[in-house]
Design a protein. Structure first.
Length: 498
């Protein structure tokens, strides 16, 4: 049977998987992407370089697989929120503006006032933030009208790759909703928002289901990749939706908690569960809503998860080498819960859920002469867990709490962090064994697109987990007390942060 290919266009790299029978990875490739910062607060990437990274990663994956391998379909996923502007000849007019870009704070405020904060959330399910496509387009309209006037197509990052692969323009609900220009209920562009923001609907690609076939691999692209032409290319999804699918998290009873540089909490839901305080996002899943199939997910985020531990490693302990994290967590394992009264707020680069406050800052509270390096590490790991739990509180206010946590990302490899999360949340925690779950989600969509299987059902067979780490109830009670201190410390110092 032919293999399924998943291409994941991440921020820092492109990753490619060749998934065989049972979801076994028979080929894996990756290539780095560079981030350009022409001015402070800006973040851009060259779309042409994405394509070169795809070519490199695909050829690497093929080289690591058997010579006789064939590919039955190609699925895509990519970093959300970014903006690619193409001219009449479908050539980039400017580097792509990607999600970490902060140039649009004024436009975020303007859009919120123009549309109305509540009305915007009612249409899209989410508040707007800097780096989202709606705000970036507004910036080009106002700051670079010369580029905007030449713009024929407004694309998301993965949708630029699809054009390179097939010559077709399209998007899907899970990625398009992250623009804050999509009606989250109808799963199509909002005529109301496009009109208010003076965006010609003809500039936007058609929106179609994630598992639809959007085109066939062109001869030129096939030659660069090392494939025969004509392979079906599936519409695909935003990277979070693809990651959720690849992790086998398709029902509200499971929370996906990702400890990477930043951190995300994602819970699939059957209906939109709006938060008019704007503390979290509602986005479309890669699956169409059905009676027993969640069509949306709630997502909260913290900005410094693994980043906080990396900061401690590099700036406080001056980097301990390749085994640094193992050494740090070994120290922390020797410290009792609560780090002898030391509390850490991990808001090193501002904070998302629940504050949405770019001025929030990190702090250690309670330092004494009795605290040493191990206490600092334990406090950082617990502080990240408490920040996740605080974000989780906003998520579950509007719906049923989950029954278990699937833990993903680099931080999931730490047994101590797994136990801390289980104790803080008072839920069993299972580590996801699949590392490249976003690319695997894209491969699942590829299989669904050619009718090989139902992606939601197949995801349950492809995803593999370690045995659950059970919570210790007495520890949970102590962490609840720490959560109260954690929240009080933020409230007490939020004016100081400004």
């Amino acid at each position: 049977m032919s293999h399924l290919m998943g291409i994941d266009l991440g921020t820092s790299s492109v990753k490619v998987v060749l998934a065989g029978e049972g979801g076994h990875i028979d080929g894996l490739g990756s290539a780095e992407n560079n981030i350009q910062q022409p001015q402070a607060g800006m973040a851009e990437q060259a779309p042409q370089e994405w394509w070169q990274s795809v070519v490199c990663a695909v050829r690497q994956a093929l080289a690591g697989a058997e010579d006789s391998i064939s590919v039955g379909a190609i699925g895509l996923d990519g970093q959300m929120h970014g903006t690619v502007l193409l001219d009449e000849d479908a050539q980039p007019l400017t580097p792509a503006v990607i999600w970490p870009d902060q140039r649009t704070e004024r436009q975020v405020q303007e859009i919120t006032e123009l549309v109305g904060a509540k009305h915007l959330i009612e249409i899209t399910g989410s508040p707007i933030a800097a780096g989202f496509q709606a705000a970036t387009v507004r910036w080009f309209q106002q700051e670079r009208p010369d580029i905007w006037e030449k713009t024929r197509w407004v694309l998301l990052p993965k949708d630029y790759l699809r054009w390179r692969l097939t010559g077709e323009f399209a998007s899907d609900p899970s990625d398009a909703c992250s623009t804050l220009l999509l009606d989250a209920r109808t799963r199509d562009w909002s005529a109301d928002l496009l009109s208010i923001l003076e965006i010609d609907p003809e500039k936007m690609p058609p929106v179609q289901p994630s598992i639809s076939v959007s085109g066939q691999l062109l001869a030129g692209a096939a030659a660069e990749l090392g494939f025969p032409p004509g392979i079906p290319v599936i519409t695909g999804a935003g990277d979070t939706a693809s990651s959720v699918l690849g992790a086998g998290v398709t029902q509200p009873d499971t929370l996906l908690l990702n400890i990477s540089t930043g951190g995300q909490l994602v819970q699939p839901v059957f209906d939109l569960q709006l938060d008019y305080e704007g503390r979290f996002h509602n986005f479309c899943t890669a699956l169409e809503p059905r009676a027993h199939q969640a069509g949306w997910y709630k997502m909260g985020g913290i900005l410094a998860a693994g980043l906080a531990l990396r900061w401690l490693r590099d700036n406080v302990f001056a980097n301990q080498g390749k085994q640094a994290y193992e050494q740090l967590t070994a120290w922390a394992e020797g410290v009792a819960l609560g780090a002898d009264g030391l509390l850490f707020l991990p808001h090193l680069v501002g904070e998302r859920t629940p504050y949405m406050n770019s001025n929030a800052r990190g702090m250690f509270l309670g330092l004494t002469l009795g605290h040493g390096q191990p206490h600092l590490v334990r406090a950082v790991m617990e502080g990240v867990g408490l920040a996740f739990y605080q974000a989780y509180g906003a998520l579950v206010e509007s719906g049923s709490p989950p029954e278990r946590i699937v833990l993903a990302g680099g931080g999931a490899r730490s047994p101590l962090w797994r136990q801390i999360m289980a104790d803080i949340f008072n839920l069993p925690v299972q580590q996801l064994q699949v590392v490249e779950q976003s690319a695997m989600g894209a491969a699942l969509l590829a299989g669904g697109g050619i009718g090989r299987f139902d992606p939601a059902a197949q995801a349950q067979h492809w995803a593999a987990y370690d045995p659950p780490v059970e919570p210790q109830k007495e520890n949970h009670a102590r962490y609840l007390n720490m959560t109260a201190r954690f929240q009080h410390a933020y409230r007490l110092h939020q004016d100081d942060f400004r």
